[in-house]
Design a protein. Sequence first.
Length: 180
Amino acid sequence: MTRRLLLCLLLLVAAPLAQAEDAWVLVDTQGQRVHVYKGKERIARFPNIAIGRNGAALTRLRGDNTTPLGTFRISRINRESRFHIFLELDYPTLPHAKRALKAGLIDRDAYQTVLDSRLRYGRAPQNTLLGGQIGLHGIGAGDPLIHRRFNWTEGCVALTNDEIEKLASLVKVGTRVIIR
């Protein structure tokens, strides 16, 4: 009985510590880099990323070729993507929808659709005016020279195929991703 109690106490104390050690990702759109951290320690760095053709913005609309800024979670990992590996993000988030509603870019019905879907299914619909299918991915069969020279995505963050493999080995569904 005492051993069980000690084990339970140890698990209660260790769980938050383990959670604090989970990896998280910082995408620096200005510096064109991706950093991976465990706590405050950087464990990986990927230079020369590509973002949306039209840069990054707080508010993104479907088809505007911008990368959304904000805090996200990896919602799905697709290892069969045409971009080699696709780490889907939970975009649009409620803050994105609220900001778009406040700016008059979407109406209350569109906002309610995002809210309802996130509450009901844990993810926003990917076909609203805010767009969707945003993530971090490789270049697939794309041209590495174009990747090195241009921001070429429709709003995602692209790394080389080798880099996305390494990144995918460090993260999981639920990993926090900050794009700034």
